[in-house]
Design a protein around this ligand. Structure first.
Ligand code: PLP
Length: 445
């Protein structure tokens, strides 16, 4: 890769000590991209350059980086209560946050179980699903149905029901899982928002049920719209049909809202935006604006009550599951401050009202070299690039590198560029981001 190479303060040997996640370690360590600071919609690199954050961190930081309200909430909390044992003890922040989330979540999604991340949320929600059926006398209901191109994290569970081949092939499948097809249809390209056709793809669930039998299936887990798989938007009616079929067969429906919650989709949750209520929702990332790790699973009344009713004597654990850092005081403080900003600055409404502008901008790349498809919803978009035969992901990698040099962060996965601009983005920033991207895509061999 040609480009401006610059010296890291670490020697090549020192760079080796950190085995970086989801990173081409060899390439990075030959040409490090070091982030030294961040401010609002910008990352700041170690050359002091301000780089527009085209993925809001990793879909985490929609409110912009280093928000003083969140930083102060975390700092104040460290001085008051830095850690509280999460097993058998509670603290105010955890209960306060659970009640805020309960009030925001639709219908009777009223019970919050804290995790550390989105991956833990995927594991926790599917562990709850399997235990729920066991407690209800149906222990054979164990299989989890995910979706091709779905991403739920890096845990054993998440790579089993996740549907991105590259994330599974080194390990195979650890849990019993099967997959629906994805909804990115080759005959329906450059769709703006939801496609009018393809809702019937949900009917495939009948075939999966015919194969395994509903008596062996615990849950279906899908992202309302996928992010890491390339931002794949559900066709009209698709999620509603999934809901109906799950209800018909007594299969739990889990929405992985790790990307879609808290504004990205133009509503507080994808479930609200698409008008479909799942039995559980997983959340993470934007929950704390990315400032400290935190995730959660929000479950419906009937699930929580099943565990309370079958838990034995009241001093016994109803669900022997949890994490040392579940409901960590710093995470709760960060999440409460994040929710305050989302509400005070009417962030969800801002995304909704600016998303047509974002849609126009991203679809202006239709016709650019190698662009095979563009999809968008809210403040999220996926751009598929036709790949060089035998060299998957080279084009997006090279474009992303040049965009970084130009002062824009673009993430890619496989042959897809993923765009998730900060909720606070201004129109001129959207314009300059897509102008730069247009130039760099068209420069690509
Ligand atoms: C939809 C979805 N679920 C789960 C995860 C995993 O989250 P984490 O990396 O916090 O474990 C991600 C991360 O990108 C995600 O996009």
């Amino acid at each position: 890769m040609k480009g401006v190479k610059y010296m890291s303060k670490f020697s090549r040997a020192e760079l080796e000590a950190y085995w970086m996640p989801y990173t081409g370690n060899r390439q990075f360590k030959d040409d490090p991209r070091m982030i030294a600071g961040a401010d609002g919609a910008y990352l700041i690199d170690d050359r002091g350059r301000r780089i527009f954050d085209g993925l809001s961190g990793l879909w985490t930081t929609g409110l912009g980086h280093c928000r003083p309200e969140i930083s102060d909430a975390i700092a104040n909390q460290t001085r008051k209560l830095d850690f509280a044992p999460s097993f058998q003890f509670g603290h105010d922040g955890a209960f306060e946050l659970a009640n805020r989330l309960k009030d925001l979540a639709p219908e009777d999604l009223n019970y919050v179980f804290y995790t550390n991340s989105g991956s833990d949320g995927a594991d926790t929600s599917t562990k709850i699903a399997r235990a729920y059926w066991r407690q209800r006398g149906q222990p054979a209901k164990t299989r989890i149905i995910g979706r091709a191109k779905g991403y739920h994290g890096a845990s054993w569970g998440a790579i089993s029901f996740g549907g991105i081949g590259a994330n599974r092939k080194l390990w195979g499948q650890a849990m019993e899982a099967d997959h629906l097809n994805h909804t990115q249809v080759a005959t329906d390209l450059f769709t703006r928002g939801m496609s009018k056709t393809g809702g019937e793809l949900a009917e495939e669930l009948h075939e999966i049920v015919a194969l395994h039998d509903a008596s062996n299936i615990a849950a279906v887990i899908v992202e309302p719209f996928s992010g890491s798989g390339g931002v794949i938007i559900p066709p009209e009616g698709y999620l509603k049909r999934l809901r109906d079929i799950c209800t018909q067969y007594d299969i739990l429906l889990i929405f992985d809202e790790v990307i879609t919650a808290f504004g990205r989709a133009g509503s507080m949750f994808g479930a609200i935006e698409f008008g479909v209520t799942p039995d559980m929702m997983t959340i993470a990332k934007q929950l704390t604006n990315g400032a400290v790790p935190m995730g959660a699973v929000i479950v419906r009344e009937g699930i929580y009550q099943t565990f309370m009713d079958t838990g034995g004597p009241d001093y016994m654990l109803e669900l022997p599951h949890g994490y040392t850092y579940s409901g960590h005081p710093l995470s709760c403080a960060a999440a409460l401050a994040t929710l305050d900003i989302i509400e005070q600055e009417q962030i969800v409404g801002r995304v909704k009202s600016m998303s047509p502008y974002f849609e126009e901008a991203v679809h202006s790349l239709k016709g650019a070299k190698h662009v095979g498809d563009i999809r968008n919803y809210g403040f999220a978009a996926g751009i598929s690039l036709n790949h060089i035969p035998g060299e998957p992901a080279r084009r997006p990698f090279e474009i992303a590198q040049r965009m970084w040099e130009k002062g824009f962060f673009v993430r890619y996965g496989g042959d897809n560029l993923q765009i998730g601009i900060p909720f606070i983005s201004e129109k001129h920033e959207i314009d300059s981001f897509f102008n730069a991207l247009d130039e760099e895509i068209n420069r690509q061999d």
